[in-house]
Design a protein around this ligand. Structure first.
Ligand code: ADP
Length: 291
């Protein structure tokens, strides 16, 4: 099973949003990380066949998805960013409604929906109206509906928006439990959401893949870029103006800064082990501190 993007570009009103993106995806979890406006949603929509690229093609098992859209959609699950939840429906009724739309017969649909609701931990809520659900419950329902047709390709656009830390952990566990035989793609601008679950992370910046690899590989690429330096309150402003700062700790009147730069920023600076948060900041630091 393989999803292949070949030279994908997309323009909106002559403005390039995606530029020449090529990637080969086999079963596993892939995370797309980037700032708002980086092009994540556009890329995911092109991957689902909902948006046409200006150039290039997406091949699923060697076939162009746009030329085989119905067949591709029968193997695709999608959680869009602005998912509409039918607040007056109960969770179960909503699932059954979608299952019938997807062509399952009623008996099969009921069994499948009950199983999925159980799997995402919503059995006790299945007869309650969706408007009573918490953000995390709605998001889990969104994942359940994306799985109704037992998809081989699962696309989740910003699936952890609005989840509290406990719900995030639950969500990660849920995803990890079915990665083996599916191609799972998710977008986020929250580093910790994909640090532990994505087999491969793509950093999307200005419509291009700025870097990709496992979390460990990406972190290794910014080794020697991260320093800790102790400064006085008076020195803080100077450092903040000159360097991207990924963290600041105040201890007994002194300040410990985590600074991103290629050379030691001060005589007393110590090189430290980078994290994925540092890497994110390295790519998405403010323009004015770019030196
Ligand atoms: P992300 O998901 O990373 O936040 P998007 O793919 O939503 O990024 O947006 C990338 C860029 O494309 C943004 O500048 C956005 O304004 C623009 N864009 C997205 N969709 C449209 C559209 N339908 N028409 C015009 N511009 C769009």
């Amino acid at each position: 099973m393989e999803l292949l993007l070949v030279d994908i570009s997309k323009n909106y009103d002559d403005q390039p949003v995606l530029k020449d993106i090529t990637m080969r995806l086999s079963p596993g979890i892939y995370g797309f990380l980037g700032e708002n406006g980086a092009g994540k949603t556009t890329l995911l929509q092109i991957l689902t066949g909902l948006t046409k690229p200006s150039q290039g093609e997406v091949l699923y098992n060697s076939k162009n998805i746009l030329e085989n859209l119905a067949a591709f959609h029968s193997e695709l699950g999608f959680l869009p960013q602005d998912f509409n939840y039918y607040p007056e429906f109960t969770g179960l009724k909503f699932m059954l409604y979608l299952a019938v739309l997807k062509g399952l017969n009623k008996k099969v649909a009921k069994k499948r929906c009950l199983e999925l609701l159980k799997w995402v931990g919503l059995s006790s809520m299945q007869n309650k109206k969706i408007k009573k659900y918490s953000g995390g419950m709605k998001q889990r329902l969104g994942i359940a509906q994306a799985l109704i047709n037992d998809p081989k390709v699962l696309v989740l656009d910003e699936p952890t928006v609005g989840l509290d830390p406990k719900e995030r952990v639950k969500f990660r566990k849920l995803l990890s439990s079915f990665s083996q035989e599916k191609i799972v793609l998710l977008s986020t601008h929250i580093v910790s959401d994909i640090e532990y679950i994505a087999d491969e992370i793509f950093i999307l910046k200005d419509g291009q893949i700025a870097n990709h690899g496992t979390a460990a590989e990406l972190v290794a690429s910014v080794e020697n870029f991260v320093w800790e330096v102790v400064v006085t309150p008076a020195e803080l402003k100077k450092f903040s103006a000159k360097y991207p700062i990924s963290n600041q700790k105040n201890e007994d009147g002194t300040i410990i800064l985590r600074v991103l730069t290629t050379k030691a920023p001060a005589a007393n600076a110590q090189p430290v082990q980078p994290t994925l948060e540092d890497l994110y900041l390295y790519y998405f630091r403010e323009e004015q501190s770019d030196d």
